[in-house]
Design a protein around this ligand. Structure first.
Ligand code: UDP
Length: 241
């Protein structure tokens, strides 16, 4: 795997979507477990403020991909070649498509009761032949964890998608990865978009790097969280000097 670039001290693998999927598939076939993180500006900023989270992203994740216009801009601003944005939602869809073609098994863990199941139904419509072999909602007690892990392992899942919100999902994956047989471990924003319960920004907005504006418009409560974005831009500009 190529050496990562560094954005505010966070290693990011500046590869294309196709290269990311190929890397994940090759490692899976070699029986190597990969914890993959799609790092957007918010995640990179969370690393600046939370040492535990930074350790997870910098030391535990084998693959960290540039998600969001902010991460791509930052990499390029710092003088690196960043071919494209590898958004978590897009990578998730690519891996489901791969499952449909190659029979790899996926498990959806997280979200409100019924949402992962709705995403499974939608993925079966979008990617005929996709193997979603199990679902579990993301509202559980600590004492339920052994049973959840047993269910994931019994399903034979090769890829585990976890939507518990950041940083909870990354912490959960790192704490339990040794007990999990799945070879691709990935935290995602939620199953809600695929399940049709939440809208994603239209393609033109994504292409114009305006996905953040769409999210803010749909969920004004995200305002405080999104303040991370201008802070990120200022920090990256300052880090250049
Ligand atoms: N979630 C979950 N269990 C939790 C907390 C969150 O399954 O204990 C799910 C939630 O249903 C949503 C996703 O994790 O699908 C992201 O949650 P968050 O509250 O971080 O929402 P965001 O603001 O990122 O959309």
């Amino acid at each position: 795997m190529q050496d990562p670039i560094k954005i505010l001290g966070v290693p990011v693998h500046a590869m294309t979507m196709q290269e990311a999927v190929k890397t994940l598939e090759e490692r899976m076939l070699a029986k190597e477990q990969t914890f993959v993180v799609t790092a957007n500006a918010e995640i990179i900023m969370m690393c600046q403020e939370n040492a535990e989270y930074k350790k997870i992203i910098c030391e535990d994740a084998e693959l960290v991909l540039p998600d969001g216009a902010g991460a791509v801009w930052a990499g390029r601003h710092l003088g690196y070649k960043v071919p494209e944005r590898v958004a978590g939602f897009d990578l998730y869809n690519e891996l489901l498509d791969l499952s449909a073609h190659k029979g790899y098994k996926a498990y959806f863990f997280g979200g409100s009761p019924g949402v992962a199941e709705a995403a499974k139904a939608k993925s079966e419509e979008l990617y005929p032949g996709v193997q979603v072999v199990g679902c579990h909602n993301g509202y559980f007690k600590d004492e339920d964890v052994p049973q959840i892990i047993a269910d994931i392992n019994a399903s034979g899942a090769d890829m585990l998608f976890v939507a518990l919100g950041a940083p909870k999902q990354e912490k959960w994956l790192v704490a339990h990865r040794a007990e999990l047989n799945a070879k691709i471990l990935m935290g995602i924003g939620g199953f809600d978009v695929l399940a049709g319960k939440m809208e994603r920004a239209p393609k033109w907005m994504q292409d114009a790097s305006l996905e953040w504006a769409f999210r803010l418009y749909k969920q004004p409560s995200r305002f405080m969280r999104m303040m991370a974005l201008p802070k990120f831009v200022i920090k990256v500009m300052a880090s250049k000097f």
